[in-house]
Ligand binder design. Structure first.
Ligand SMILES: C[S@@+](CC[C@H](N)C(=O)[O-])C[C@H]1O[C@@H](n2cnc3c(N)ncnc32)[C@H](O)[C@@H]1O
Length: 228
């Protein structure tokens, strides 16, 4: 069984997709999707020898050695153009995810990317918006007290710009339209986070710019919550 974070990613994979999981590590996503017959092809790839050894063992235990292609390499390097239609990059920092994408632009066209950043999610959205990716869907997973945002994006072209403003980088352009309980809890968490920082900034009596930004962010999140 997948963790809630990996399940949200799995739910966003289109049926009978050809999937590459970059930074696959344990390989659970590919294993689950393949076992359920949800995908036609799976490539599980990782940069490091340790995870690749894990992948080999875990995939063998599940009897999937002939169904899941295991590769070793940096980012998208091990993936050839046209080989897969879906690329998952999850559990890494947002900056690293941007770097991985930027290093192989030839894979952008025609690929659906499912991205889940552990840090710098705002910067990742800004990067995607700036480079002409369209946001197809977003969802939040909750594990204990932690929230994980998953983005489903497709490249259109460098001149394309989704109708997004800079607030969408932290709010999530598709997420802000969702009404489910987990999304609602996520915005309550964001409100608490921004309000707490704002309180500390107010108490310090410094940093007017940061205070104004935080006040703006608090009001934006409050407006979303008011509609939920
Ligand atoms: C925290 S694990 C995430 C595993 C899995 N994707 C998940 O979300 O549960 C990060 C994995 O990414 C791999 N990794 C880090 N940098 C990478 C890169 N540039 N290219 C490919 N894999 C990388 C690490 O070796 C590690 O196995």
């Amino acid at each position: 069984m997948l963790t809630p974070r990996l399940q949200v990613i799995a739910d966003m994979v289109e049926d009978q997709a050809n999937v590459a999981d970059i930074g696959s590590d344990h390989g659970y996503l590919c294993i689950d999707l393949m076992k359920k017959g949800r995908i036609q092809k799976a490539v599980a790839s990782d940069l490091n020898a340790g995870p690749v050894e894990n992948l080999k063992k875990t995939i063998a235990v599940h009897g999937l050695t002939s169904s899941i292609d295991i590769r070793m390499g940096n980012g998208l390097d091990p993936i050839q153009e046209g080989e897969v239609d879906t690329v998952v990059i999850a559990g890494m920092g947002g900056v690293l995810i941007s770097e991985i994408l930027l290093a192989k632009r030839s894979l952008w066209k025609g690929t659906t990317f499912l991205l889940q950043a552990m840090t710098h999610r705002d910067s990742l959205r800004e990067f995607l918006h700036h480079h002409g990716f369209m946001f197809i869907d977003e969802a939040v997973a909750i594990e204990g007290k932690k929230y994980y945002e998953v983005m489903k994006v497709r490249y259109v072209d460098d001149t394309h710009r989704d109708m997004m403003d800079t607030d969408d980088y932290y709010l999530g352009p598709k997420l802000k339209k969702k009404t489910d309980e987990v999304t609602k809890k996520f915005y309550m968490y964001l409100l608490h986070k921004y309000s707490t920082i704002l309180k500390a900034v107010n108490e310090s009596g410094r940093n007017v710019e940061q205070r104004e930004l935080l006040e703006h962010q608090v009001s934006k999140v409050e407006a979303i919550l008011a509609c939920l």
